[in-house]
Design a protein around this ligand. Structure first.
Ligand SMILES: CC(C)(COP(=O)(O)OP(=O)(O)OC[C@H]1O[C@@H](n2cnc3c(N)ncnc32)[C@H](O)[C@@H]1OP(=O)(O)O)[C@@H](O)C(=O)NCCC(=O)NCCS
Length: 165
């Protein structure tokens, strides 16, 4: 059975392996370490199957117009290549959004494939009047307001994301 649970102390190296394998490069795995070391992880969740970590996702605080008003950025989302297209990411994302709701966060943004994220309730952020500080994000920049009214304005990610190319 697939179990989605919060990251526990000691999971870091297994998470590192999954993130590296999913993206086939160091950058996203380094980002996860950087966010963890800088205390910038609001929610870190793993998907575990028979004791092995198959997937991982992180949510970190984003600023809206320079202010922390309880919005989160979902990234990166990683699934072990052999386990992709079996619903692992979907299970993790649904669980993480439930947790974000329960923990009283205000909303979540994501940069990703619109067809994939739409199914979880994300909409193009531009429809909510939210803009990404990274230029050229376009429709890949999606948002899900967990509380109303949703803010409008400029979203900036944690500085650790600036190292991603
Ligand atoms: C993107 C990723 C996290 C998806 O994980 P996954 O466990 O394979 O996703 P799921 O099995 O839950 O996918 C559910 C659905 O989304 C579709 N889907 C998965 N990845 C997709 C993508 N990149 N674009 C469009 N649709 C996608 C699947 O076909 C599936 O559709 P279906 O339910 O109609 O069959 C995984 O492929 C991955 O780790 N990729 C490499 C890293 C990456 O690009 N991460 C995302 C950016 S942060």
């Amino acid at each position: 059975m697939l179990i989605c649970r919060t990251e526990r102390p000691g999971d870091g190296d297994d998470i590192d392996e999954v993130v590296y394998a999913a993206f086939e490069r160091d950058d996203e795995a380094d980002l996860v370490w950087a966010l963890r070391e800088q205390g910038a992880i609001s929610l870190s969740q793993v998907a575990e199957y028979e004791g092995a970590i198959m997937g991982h996702l992180v949510m970190s605080p984003v600023l809206v117009n320079g202010e922390d008003i309880g919005w989160l950025g979902l990234a990166p989302v990683s699934v072990w290549p052999e386990c992709q297209r079996q619903g692992v990411a979907s299970a993790m994302i649904r669980e993480a959004l439930d947790s974000a709701n329960e923990l009283d966060w205000s909303g979540v943004v994501v940069l990703g494939e619109p067809d994939f994220y739409r199914r979880f309730g994300f909409r193009p952020a531009s429809e909510l009047g939210l803009e990404c500080a990274y230029p050229d994000a376009g429709d890949a920049f999606m948002a899900l307001a967990l509380k109303q009214p949703a803010p409008r304005g400029l979203i900036s990610y944690h500085p650790a994301f600036d190292n991603l190319t």
